[in-house]
Design a protein around this ligand. Structure first.
Ligand code: MG
Length: 279
C-alpha cells in the first residue's frame, strides 16, 4: 500500500514539474482576426483568407469574432454593425451585398469553419461577442457549439473561447468546462475568475502593466493567460518577459522573430488533417 502511495506521489510530482516547465517553456502566437495584414489575405480582418494565412504560417492560434443575426445565423465580423447596419436587428440576407477589402462576402460560421478544419495545427480562438440580451447570447453559443460539432471541431484541442460577456464565460464554464475559456474585460482578478469557474484570462496590455502579478497568480491557479493586442517591439518583449502563455497580435512575424526558439507551436494530430500527406 505504501509502495503504491509512493509511486502515485512520484507520478503527481513529475506531472506537476512538466506542467510548470510547460508554462515557462515559451510563448504562443495568436493572429488577431486572422493573419490579415498581408497581400495574400487582401488586408481583410476576419476573412477566410486571413484564417488561411494564419494556418499557412503555422500560427499557434487564429482569433475571430462572431455575432448572430436576427434570423439566427452566426456570422464572422468584429463590429456589431456592418457598414452601419446593426447585425442583431437584421437578417443575414441584408448583408449579402457587403464585401470585405479582398472581395469576400461576410462569412457564416459554417463557411469559416470549413477553412478552420483545413489547418489543425492552428487553434481556432473564437470570440463570442456581446449580444443585446442573455437569451441571444445563449442562442449564439448553442448554435456555435452545434456548428463546431457538425465540422468535427468541438474539441478542446481544436477550439477555445474568449468573450467580454461574463454571462457567456460563465455559461461556457457550466456547459463546456473542458474548454479553454478566457474572459476579456480585464477588471477581474484571476482568483475571482477562478471562483466563477472561468479558467483563463485574455486581457489588454495595460491591465497586465497595472497588475503584472496577475500572470503568476493565474498560473499558480492553473489558468491560461493571453494578452491583446501586442504589435510593437518594446511591448512584445515586455509581455514575453512577463511570462504570458500567448500573445495576440496583428504582427505575427515580428512576435515570431522576437521569440526565436521560444515560440510554442502546435503539432497537428495525425488523422485530423484534411491533406493526404498526414493520413
Ligand atoms: Mg476579437
Amino acid at each position: 500500500m505504501k509502495k503504491i502511495f509512493l509511486v502515485a506521489a512520484t507520478v503527481i510530482a513529475t506531472l506537476s514539474t512538466l506542467c510548470a516547465s510547460a508554462q515557462n517553456a515559451g510563448t504562443a502566437i495568436c493572429a488577431h482576426r486572422g493573419f490579415w495584414k498581408c497581400a495574400a489575405a487582401g488586408y481583410s480582418e476576419n476573412s477566410i483568407a486571413s484564417l488561411r494565412e494564419a494556418q499557412n504560417i503555422d500560427c499557434w492560434g487564429s482569433e475571430f469574432d462572431i455575432h448572430i443575426t436576427a434570423d439566427d445565423v452566426v456570422i464572422v465580423n468584429h463590429n456589431r454593425d456592418i457598414a452601419g447596419t446593426t447585425i442583431w436587428d437584421h437578417n443575414f440576407a441584408d448583408f449579402k451585398d457587403f464585401r470585405l477589402p479582398n472581395g469576400e462576402g461576410v462569412s457564416t460560421l459554417d463557411e469559416y469553419l470549413t477553412q478552420g478544419k483545413k489547418g489543425p495545427q492552428t487553434m481556432l480562438v473564437c470570440e463570442l461577442k456581446i449580444q443585446k440580451d442573455e437569451e441571444r447570447e445563449d442562442l449564439m453559443l448553442a448554435k456555435t457549439i452545434e456548428c463546431l460539432k457538425a465540422h468535427g471541431l468541438y474539441s478542446p484541442d481544436k477550439v477555445m473561447f474568449i468573450s467580454f460577456s461574463l454571462h457567456l464565460c460563465k455559461e461556457i464554464a457550466r456547459i463546456a468546462p473542458e474548454f479553454t475559456n478566457q474572459y476579456l474585460n480585464g477588471k477581474i482578478s484571476p482568483a475571482e475568475l477562478k471562483a466563477m469557474g472561468i479558467n483563463g484570462l485574455d486581457y489588454q496590455i495595460k491591465q497586465f502593466q497595472a497588475h503584472p502579478e496577475w500572470v503568476k497568480e493565474a498560473h499558480d491557479l492553473g489558468m491560461s493567460v493571453n494578452v491583446w493586442t501586442v504589435n510593437d517591439e518594446e511591448t512584445i518583449k515586455e509581455m514575453i518577459d512577463l511570462g504570458v502563455d500567448c500573445i495576440t497580435t496583428n504582427e505575427p512575424y515580428l512576435v515570431r522573430q522576437l521569440l526565436g526558439n521560444k515560440e510554442i507551436k502546435r503539432v497537428a494530430a495525425k488523422g485530423n488533417c484534411c491533406c493526404k500527406c498526414c493520413k
